[in-house]
Design a protein around this ligand. Structure first.
Ligand code: HAM
Length: 414
């Protein structure tokens, strides 16, 4: 038997109905905040991610599904299944001049992402994200708006008590100085760092700060190292930006904590980064991750444009929300019980045109068998026997109460 690939999952039945509810809520919350939906392709040029997400990230180094397409000659091109969607949205933003409207330009999306990671609870190779990206605003109000929208959506799906963590990575200038001092203090321990961190030491030493490896953790716990990594390194302008964000969050009554070691796993961030976590998720505790990326648009060929956004893992949202035992969405409004297939087919089609969910038997099964199917699949049965067809009425049976009554017109059925 051919089975689904490791780290992928089939979603159907009640789970699919609940997923649809989550995505519908996202659509409601984000469109009412002025975000437009954007759908970008699932595969892109590999270069978009190596340049966009950054070649010091685990994603680009180890986790991309990359293919060479177009033959082995010079026309062959390298494509990658998107591991995340910020780079793709930025590409689309530049390609279609979406900056023509006055800022902010706000987009939301939902779709599958692909990372070749070791599968475990909360971590898959194909997973789904709901995310937003907002362009054109450098003020901290945009960072606050992003966090506010994320929290509002989480509330709308019943998740009220998640922990918001924020940090500021500073700008190119202050990050540069911080990088150098981290390298300096870690230099004597370079050989003891894990292989990933040895590479990070050269490419992006800040990423060492949230390494989960035990040996690396021990080094980060050393007093002399702690003194450097917890130092207030960001410049006055970045500090002011961060203070402003905190003020907005305080005024909005959004509880948060500051996690000075949070750097996030993608290279494009500057200033604000944030995560929303739940301890109920175990080691993969983040449902939402995001932040500001003021240099990415320019780096990918557009004009300098500040931007901020976030993405949430739908699988993780699903595992946290309270799930109903059944969903009315899965039930038909009517199951038509009839041995006259053609009449049943016509009635079902007329009902469906009116957005009434209806189905019927296609095999001329016995009435009792059809009623059994109706009881499982629908809220009500329409019994369409010879008498009903001849005299032009419907017998409608409520499948919960067992009550049956005569309905005289199609409109009444609807
Ligand atoms: P990220 O932190 O890599 O950020 O992913 C965001 C969320 O996607 C995570 O918090 C988690 O819920 C979910 N997620 C990530 N990887 C997996 C996986 N292997 N299995 C299941 N769920 C996963 C980004 O992707 C950025 N593009 C977010 C962003 C948007 N920043 C600015 N704009």
């Amino acid at each position: 038997m051919i089975k689904a690939q490791r780290g992928t999952k089939d979603i159907f039945g009640l789970e699919a109905a609940i997923w649809q509810g989550i995505v519908q809520k996202a659509k409601n919350v984000f469109t009412s905040a002025g975000f437009e939906e954007i759908k970008t392709p699932i595969f892109e040029a590999t270069e978009l991610f190596s340049r966009g997400v950054g070649d010091s990230s685990d994603i680009v180094n180890k986790e991309m599904y990359t293919f060479s397409v177009g033959g082995a000659d010079k026309t062959a091109s390298s494509i990658t299944l998107r591991p995340e969607n910020t780079a793709g949205v930025v590409r689309a933003y530049i390609e279609h001049n979406l900056n023509r409207q006055s800022p902010p330009q706000k987009f939301w999306y939902f779709g599958p992402m692909f990372r070749y990671e070791r599968p475990q609870a909360g971590r898959q190779r194909q997973f789904h994200q709901i995310g937003v990206e907002m362009f054109g605003i450098k003020e901290a109000a945009a960072d606050a708006e992003a966090i506010l929208c994320a929290v509002s959506f989480l509330k709308a799906i019943g998740l009220n008590s998640l922990e918001v963590e924020i940090n500021s990575l500073g700008c190119k200038k202050c990050k540069g100085e911080y990088r150098s001092s981290i390298k300096e203090v870690l230099a004597p321990y370079l050989e003891k760092l894990c292989d990933d961190c040895k590479m990070r030491y050269e490419k992006n030493p800040l990423r060492i700060l949230d390494c989960k490896n035990e040996e690396c953790q021990k080094i980060l716990e050393l007093e002399e190292v702690k003194k450097v990594i917890y130092k207030d390194y960001i410049c006055d302008e970045c500090k002011e930006h961060f203070e402003e964000l905190k003020k907005y969050l305080d005024e909005l009554n959004i509880k948060y904590s500051i996690n000075k070691l949070m750097v996030r796993g993608l290279d494009y961030y500057n200033r604000t980064v944030f995560e929303i976590k739940s301890s109920a998720l175990g080691s993969q505790s983040a449902v939402c991750g995001g932040g500001r990326y003021d240099t990415l648009v320019e780096m990918l060929g557009g004009s300098p444009t500040p931007a901020v956004g976030f993405a949430m893992g739908v699988e993780r949202l699903y595992s946290l929300i309270e799930k109903p035992l059944e969903s009315d969405d899965l039930k038909l409004d009517y199951y038509i019980v009839s041995t006259n297939t053609l009449e049943a087919m016509k009635l079902a089609s007329k009902l469906r045109e009116k957005n009434v969910k209806a189905d019927y038997d296609m095999q001329k099964r016995k009435f009792s068998k059809q009623l059994e199917k109706a009881a499982k699949a629908a809220k009500k049965a329409i019994i369409l026997g010879e008498d009903e067809i001849e005299k032009g009425f419907y017998s409608v049976k409520d499948l919960k109460t067992g009550e049956q009554r005569r309905v005289n017109s199609f409109d009444e059925l609807v």
